[in-house]
Design a protein around this ligand. Sequence first.
Ligand code: SAM
Length: 279
Amino acid sequence: MAETGCLYVVATPIGNLADFSARGREVLAAADCIAAEDTRHSGKLLAHFGVNRPLLSYHDHSSERTRDKLLRMLHEGASVALISDAGTPLISDPGYALVKAARNEGIEVLPIPGPSALIAALSVSGLPTDRFTFAGFLPAAQAGRRKRIEELKEEAATSIVYESAHRMLDCVDDLIEILGEGRRVFIAREMTKQFESHFLGSLEQASVWLREDANHLKGEFVLVLAGHEAKPGEDERLPEALRIVALLQDDLPLKKSTAIAAKITGLRKNEIYRAAVQK
Ligand code: SAM
C-alpha cells in the first residue's frame, strides 16, 4: 500500500509577490495537486513563479466529492498544497473542513507559514500584542455587526477585525457608538502594496481620516482595536451589584433583582447574574 501523502497549507503573499517564501514556491512546484480557492486568481500567481502543476478548485462549500477526491489522493500518497487567494489559508479563507477531515483521517498536515494580514497589522500597530482576539469579518448586516461589537466592548485584549472598503464607514460609526469615540484604533490599509497607508488614533479621528480623502477608503483594510481599560473603581462595582441583588432577592426573582442591580451599577446583567449564581 502506498504511503500516505501530505497536505501542505501554504501561505501566499497579501500583496507584494516578493513576500512569497522560497519554501512555499518549492512545495507548490513539487505538489501533485494544488487546491486553490479560485483557480483563475491563483493561476496568475503560479504563472508568475513558473509553477505548472494541476490545479483544483477547493473551498469549504465545495461538494463532498471534491473533498473526498483530495483525501483519496492524499491516502494514495499524493502531495497536495492548499492555497487561498491571499495570505494564510483558513484565516477568513477556505480550508478548515479539509484540514479537519485530513487530521481525522490520520493524514499529515504541514504548515508552510508566511503572510497573514492580521499578524502583519498587529505587528506594526503600536497596540499591545501580548494578548489579542481575532474577530474576523464582522457581520455585514448592521444588527449582527452591532451585536458582535457589543461582545468586544469589555474585551481587555487587543481585537483585530477584517473589513471591506465599502463597509468601513458604517463599521467605524458603529464602533464609535458602542465603544466610544476615544477608543484607540490602528488601521492598516493595502499592506505591502503600492498605496499602503496606516492610521493610529482615536475612533473619532479615524472617522475624520477616512472621510478626508477618498483614497483612504480604497483597498483592503485591517482594524486593530485597543482593548477595554477598566476605569479606576470599576472593579468595585461587582461587589456592589451583588449586595443590591442580595438585598432585593427576598422580594424579587433573581432575574429582576439582577436587572435592577445592572441599572444602578452600569454593569451587564449577564455578568451580575453569573456572579450571583456562583456565590
Ligand atoms: N487569509 C488572509 C490572511 O491570512 O490574512 C485573509 C483573507 S480575507 C478573505 C481578506 C481580508 O484580509 C481583506 O478583506 C482585508 O480585511 C484583509 N487583508 C488582506 N490583505 C490585506 C492587505 N494587503 N492589507 C490590508 N488588509 C488586507
